[in-house]
Write a protein that binds this ligand. Structure first.
Ligand code: HEM
Ligand code: HEM
Length: 345
């Protein structure tokens, strides 16, 4: 919180300066943001290999990881829909509605931790959650392993992906393979990245005005770094809590993880990459338009009623954060056998 106030103070002091020149705009932007790297950093304890990525992709798309054989990771993180599901809150096993909006899996590896409250340390830890969650895929580690072991092509794929291991078809390795696939789900070369790399003509004057406002108004205090967010936690409602439709009072965010009073209604500032493609917004998913989301941020986080012109410019800037979407070819999934557990609906 102290760091946030200090950054906000610096940002507010510089906002009084006259309009800065183009080079200065790039220099300022570079001090807050980084482009998506071309070489993706390897996750901890999980060397990335071609075989692991191939297996992870099959698992990501395989609905037999759910007890109903109906829901896959891709159901709620549709790679054709920018890695999200376009619903307020996700619908999982037995048509149950979960409590939170599904964040995108695109560029998720750059986030400091996973989930709106950061309760999973990394993507491998994360992947074990939804498979077992009653409102999501509703399965069990033993059942997942039983399904996979009943399908010879999967046993072969695990043996290739985890060479030398005595028992390669394990729940841990399911998570590792999915994490490996997720490291390929990045969206480089957004127009903003090209701008950061020195292409000054790739953004329009209106978009640059939005970038300037994003920095001057103080959005950058919480949305910065490679993912323009996703790297720290802040109260939703630093200045004024939004109404219960946007911030339902039953979900206290990070408080459930740390059990610390100051973490009530604290959430990870979401990454804003591809945000133009991932409506609806906020963990409650009740705001359908980016303009409204920006206005809410103004009043809730900055104590400022942004005017229409400012909101339009900021939204124009946010549009430049859309990167090249991964082209994912749907994998062929090996057939079930006589010993594969049957779907349980
Ligand atoms: C969160 C991946 C299945 C709904 C996440 C995140 C990742 C992810 C990486 C965190 C993203 C972030 O924090 O920015 C996966 C994988 C799945 C899977 C690998 C398959 C094993 C599902 C399914 C549903 C779903 C089937 C819907 C029924 C959600 C929701 C969240 C989430 C609602 C946010 C939950 C919270 O913050 O408490 N998922 N997911 N996911 N996913 Fe999934
Ligand atoms: C959420 C933009 C200022 C922290 C969001 C979202 C947008 C956004 C578009 C929704 C993203 C999504 O649901 O995927 C902005 C803009 C700002 C600004 C344009 C400046 C006008 C700030 C500041 C902070 C902050 C200063 C920290 C003090 C957060 C948090 C959320 C969020 C914690 C998640 C809220 C939740 O759903 O729980 N922001 N933001 N934002 N932002 Fe900002």
């Amino acid at each position: 919180m102290k760091r946030l106030l200090a950054t906000l103070a610096i940002v507010m002091m510089t906002s009084a300066a006259p309009a800065v020149a183009q080079d200065q705009l790039i220099e300022d932007a570079k001090s807050y943001f980084e482009p998506i790297p071309t070489v993706v950093p390897a996750p901890k304890n999980n060397a990335i290999t071609h075989d692991k990525v191939r297996l992870g992709k099959m698992l990501f798309f395989d609905p037999r990881l759910s007890s109903s054989h109906l829901l896959s990771c891709n159901t709620c993180h549709n790679v054709g829909l920018a890695g999200a599901d376009g619903l307020s809150t996700s619908v999982g096993h037995g048509w149950q509605k979960g409590p939170r909006n599904a964040p995108t899996v695109l560029n998720a590896l750059f986030n400091v931790a996973q989930f709106w409250d950061g309760r999973a340390e990394d993507l491998k830890a994360q992947a074990k959650g939804p498979i077992q969650a009653g409102v999501e895929m509703n399965s069990k580690p033993e059942r997942v392993v039983e399904v996979l072991k009943s399908i010879p092509a999967y046993v072969g794929a695990f043996t290739e992906a985890f060479p030398g291991e005595e028992d390669p078809v394990s729940f841990d390795n399911v998570a590792k393979a999915i994490e490996a696939f997720e490291t390929t789900l990045i969206t480089p070369s957004s127009r903003f990245d090209q701008f950061l790399e020195g292409n000054t003509t790739v953004m329009t004057a209106h978009e640059k005005q939005g970038l300037q406002l994003f920095m001057d108004k103080g959005c950058v205090a919480c949305h910065n770094g490679v993912n323009i967010g996703g790297n720290d936690y802040y109260p939703f409602g630093v200045v004024e809590q939004p109404g219960a439709d946007i911030l339902p009072r039953a979900d206290k965010g990070r408080f459930a993880v740390t059990d610390t009073a100051s973490d009530e209604y604290v959430f990870r500032a979401p990454p804003l990459r591809n945000v133009a493609l991932t409506a609806p917004y906020f963990h409650s998913g009740n705001v359908w338009h980016l303009k409204q989301a920006v206005a809410v941020m103004g009043t809730a986080q900055l104590g400022e009623d942004l005017n229409d012109e400012e909101i339009d410019a900021i939204v124009a800037f946010l549009d430049t954060l859309t990167g090249e979407q991964p082209q994912v070819e749907y994998p062929l999934l090996p057939a079930s056998t006589d010993t594969t557990p049957l779907p349980e609906l």
